[in-house]
Design a protein around this ligand. Structure first.
Ligand code: AMP
Length: 572
C-alpha cells in the first residue's frame, strides 16, 4: 500500500502520485503534510529544491481546496516564471484525477490578458511571481479576500532577487485569518524578519541539509590552470558520452562564450542567460528537458526553476561566490534515488573556497585528475563498440544495398574491416588527443591538503616516494611529470602526492598500490631524449621538500634502484 494513504489524502490524489512513483513521503513531506491537513498554524520549512517540497505544500493545498468555490483559496509565490510553471505543472499532475480544481500560473514576461481571462474563470490555486501577482492584485483581477493559505516558496531567492517590497505589499492585501507557509533553503536575517512580521507562532520544520539525492552526489574537483578550464570541460564531456548536465558560469558573457565554444566543437550544447528573450529561453529549456540538448550552460539566475530530473553532471565552471549556491547547484543532480556527480573546476588559489563549501555544506570533495587522452580515447572507443553491438539491424531495409557493399568491402578481412569501421568514427578523438598534454596541476603549492596528511599516507592508503633522473633543466614540470606517470600507467586514476622538481632530478609520491605497475610501465621510456631512471626513494617528502640538491646527493645511497649501476653515472 502507498504510504501516503496514511495521511488521509483523497484516493484520486493517491492514484496520481502513485503513478508518479511517489511511494513513501520524503522527510519534509512527513513533517509538513499531516500538520497542514490538521491545523491552521503557520509553518516555516528549511528545505532546498529536491527535497520534495512542492508536494509537501502542494498535496495539502489541493486536498483542502473547496471545489464548489471558484474563488482563489491558495496563493503560492515563487521567484521565477520557470518555477511557477513547474509548480503549476506538478500540482496539475497531483490533481489530475480530481474534477473541478483549477490551477493557474501567473508570471511576467508573458501577455497579461490570457492570465486575466483564466482568473475570471476562477482558479482556486494561483501560483505567481511577485511582480505579476502584485500587478494583477492592483488591477483587481486577482482577489485575495478568500485566501486560506499563502505559500512563499524559495523565499530566500525571492529576497535575493529584490522582491521584498512586492512580497510585503502582497501579504498586506491578504486576510488576517490565513495560514502562511514559508519554504526557504537558507534562513537569513531578512527571512527571519519577514517571518516575524507576517507569521504568528509558526511551527519550524527542516528537511535537513541533505536533499532527496544529496547522498547520491559525488563531489569532485579538478585542479588546472585557469586557462585550461574549457579544456577540462571538453574532456569531461568526452569521457562521459551520455552526459546530461548543466555547466554553471558566473557571468552572461562567460556563459555565452563557453556555450559557443562547445557548439563550435560539435557538442550538443546551448546556453540560457539573462540576455535571451523569454521565447528563446523557453525554447532552449524545452530542448534540454526533452534531452535534445545534452549540455546546458547557464548562470545561476537563469537556471532557477529549471527542474529537470536525471541530470548526470553538474559542472561548476567557476565556483560560486556564495557556498550556499554550490549546494543549490549540486542538489540538481542525484535526485530521486539516481546518482550524480558535481564537479568543480578550480585553480590552485581556489582550494580555500572549496574548503569553505565543505565546511558550510557538510560535504567533502575528492580530488580527481582530469581525464587524459588515453582514458578518453579508450572510453569513447569502447562506447562505440557497445553501440555497434547493440544497434538494431533492419536487414529488410538494408538488404537491397548489401550485395554491393559486400562487394566493395571484399578485399578487407575481418580484422581490417573492424579497424576501418572503428577508425571512421574514432579518428576525430584520436587526432585531437594523440598529443594531448596533461592539464592537471599538482605539486606542493597545488593542494594545501597535502600538508595535513600523515607522513607517507594518502587519503586512500600509503604512498611510495620515487626518485626520477630528470629535473627542470630538462623542462620537467609537475604537469609533464604527471603526464609521464599517467602514460606509463596507461590511466590517470593513480593518486599522486607531493612533487618536488629539482634542477637535474625530481621526487614524487604515488599511491603504493601503483608502485610496481609504474616501475614496469616506465621502463625503456625517454624524456626529452634522456632515458628515464626511476627508483624508490627512502627520503620523506617533508624533509626532501626543504633539502638542497647537495643534501640529496648524500642520501641517494639509501635508494632501492631499478637499473643497477648505470644510474650513478647518468645522474652526474
Ligand atoms: P521538489 O523538491 O519539489 O522540487 O521535488 C524534487 C523531485 O522529487 C521532483 O521531481 C518530485 O517529483 C520528486 N519527488 C517529490 N516527492 C517524492 C516522493 N515522495 N517520492 C519520490 N519522488 C518524489
Amino acid at each position: 500500500m502507498n504510504s501516503f494513504t496514511h495521511f488521509g489524502l483523497y484516493p484520486e490524489m493517491i492514484q496520481a502520485i502513485s503513478e508518479l512513483g511517489f511511494e513513501n513521503p520524503t522527510p519534509i513531506q512527513s513533517k509538513t503534510i499531516p500538520h497542514l491537513l490538521s491545523t491552521d498554524q503557520d509553518l516555516i520549512a528549511s528545505a532546498q529544491t529536491g527535497t520534495g517540497k512542492t508536494a509537501a505544500f502542494g498535496l495539502p493545498s489541493i486536498h483542502l481546496t473547496n471545489i464548489d468555490d471558484k474563488s482563489t483559496q491558495t496563493l503560492v509565490l515563487c521567484p521565477t516564471r520557470e518555477l511557477c510553471v513547474q509548480i503549476a505543472k506538478d500540482l496539475g499532475d497531483y490533481s489530475k484525477y480530481m474534477k473541478g480544481i483549477n490551477i493557474l500560473a501567473v508570471y511576467g514576461g508573458a501577455s497579461i490578458q490570457p492570465q486575466i481571462k483564466s482568473l475570471k474563470k476562477g482558479a482556486q490555486i494561483v501560483i505567481g511571481t511577485p511582480g505579476r501577482t502584485k500587478d494583477l492584485i492592483k488591477r483587481k483581477k486577482l482577489k485575495l479576500n478568500n485566501i486560506s493559505r499563502v505559500v512563499l516558496d524559495e523565499a530566500d531567492e525571492m529576497l535575493t532577487m529584490g522582491f521584498k517590497e512586492d512580497l510585503e505589499d502582497i501579504l498586506a492585501t491578504t486576510p488576517q485569518e490565513k495560514q502562511t507557509l514559508l519554504f526557504s533553503a537558507t534562513m537569513s536575517k531578512n527571512i527571519i524578519s519577514i517571518t516575524k512580521k507576517y507569521m504568528s507562532d509558526p511551527l519550524e520544520v527542516s528537511a535537513g541539509k541533505a536533499n532527496l539525492g544529496a547522498e547520491n552526489v559525488e563531489h569532485i574537483y579538478y585542479m588546472v590552470q585557469a586557462k585550461d578550464r574549457y579544456e577540462v570541460l571538453k574532456r569531461i564531456a568526452d569521457i562521459n558520452p551520455t552526459i546530461y548536465g548543466i555547466v554553471f558560469c558566473r557571468t552572461r558573457r562567460e556563459t555565452k562564450e563557453v556555450a559557443n565554444k562547445l557548439m563550435h566543437d560539435g557538442y550538443n550544447a546551448d546556453a540560457i542567460h539573462g540576455e535571451l528573450s523569454q521565447g528563446q529561453r523557453d525554447e532552449v529549456m524545452g530542448k534540454f528537458r526533452k534531452r535534445q540538448l545534452q549540455i546546458l550552460v547557464a548562470t545561476d539566475v537563469a537556471a532557477r526553476g529549471l527542474d529537470v530530473n536525471d541530470l548526470t553532471h553538474i559542472i561548476n565552471y567557476n565556483l560560486p561566490d556564495d557556498p550556499e549556491i554550490y549546494t543549490h547547484r549540486s542538489g540538481r543532480t542525484g535526485r530521486a534515488g539516481k546518482s550524480g556527480v558535481s564537479i568543480a573546476i578550480i585553480h590552485t588559489r581556489e582550494i580555500g573556497r572549496l574548503k569553505e563549501i565543505e565546511r558550510i555544506s557538510g560535504i567533502s570533495f575528492s580530488k580527481k585528475l582530469a581525464p587524459n587522452g588515453i582514458d578518453i580515447c579508450q572510453t569513447r572507443l569502447y562506447t562505440l563498440i557497445d553501440k555497434i553491438k547493440k544497434v538494431e539491424v533492419d536487414v529488410k531495409q538494408i538488404g537491397p544495398f548489401l550485395p554491393e557493399i559486400y562487394e566493395k568491402l571484399s578485399s578487407l578481412d575481418r580484422e581490417e574491416l573492424i579497424q576501418h569501421f572503428v577508425s571512421t568514427e574514432f579518428n576525430r578523438y584520436l587526432s585531437y588527443y594523440k598529443n594531448a598534454r596533461d592539464i592537471n596541476i599538482s605539486g606542493k603549492h597545488g593542494d594545501s591538503r597535502r600538508g595535513k596528511r600523515a607522513k607517507g599516507q594518502s587519503a586512500t592508503g600509503p604512498f611510495t616516494n620515487f626518485y626520477i633522473n630528470v629535473g627542470y633543466i630538462s623542462k620537467l614540470n609537475p604537469g609533464r611529470l604527471i603526464g609521464l606517470i599517467n602514460e606509463s600507467l596507461g590511466s590517470s586514476n593513480a593518486e599522486i602526492g607531493q612533487i618536488d622538481i629539482k634542477k637535474t632530478f625530481s621526487f614524487f609520491e604515488i599511491e603504493k598500490a601503483k608502485e610496481a605497475q609504474l616501475m614496469k610501465g616506465i621502463q625503456g621510456k625517454e624524456f626529452e631524449g634522456r632515458p628515464i631512471v626511476l627508483e624508490i626513494s627512502q627520503e620523506k617528502p617533508e624533509r626532501r621538500a626543504h633539502s638542497k640538491d647537495r643534501s640529496f646527493n648524500r642520501k641517494r645511497g639509501k635508494r632501492k634502484g631499478s637499473d643497477g649501476g648505470r644510474k650513478r653515472r647518468r645522474r652526474k
